[in-house]
Write a new protein. Sequence first.
Length: 159
Amino acid sequence: MNAHIRSLFSATFLAAALMFAPSASADVIPGADAAIAKAESALGSDMFGPYGCEAFVAYAYNVSQAQYGWDGAAETMYQTLLREGQIHTDMNAPRGALVFSKSPYGAHIDIARGDGTYISGGVQGLKRGYGDGHNIQILPSPHVGSGWTYRGWSLGYPQ
C-alpha cells in the first residue's frame, strides 16, 4: 500500500473518530452533586452577606476564594475563563456549572442546578427584595433582575 493511500485512510479514520466521539454536551462537572448539596444546605440564610456570591460559590466547591481576590472575584474568574476559552454562552448550563452575569453594579456568579434554576448567594446586595428575602436562594433564571446581562457558564474554576 503506498504512502498516499495510507495517509488517506488515516485521515478518514481520524475524521470518523472525531465525528462519532462523545460530545461536550455530556459534560460532567467533578464534585457538582456535593457542591450543590452543600449550597442547598445554606438556602434561606445570609451566611455570606449581601455581596457574597463569590464566597458562597467557593464555599460550595471547597476552593479558596483568595486566589481570585476577595473583591471582584466573579469578574476575575469570568475574565480568566473567557481568556482560556472556557465560557459557553448557550443557556444550557449543566448541573454544577458556574454561571456568570453582570450589571452596572458589578459581576455575579451562581451555580446551575441543571434543571433551569440556579443557587445564588449575595442576591440581596444585587437587588433588594429579590426572591425570598435572603442572600442565599434559588433563582428561576441566571438573570438576577432587570438590567442584568447573562454572560455564560463554565465547567469549573480557572486553572
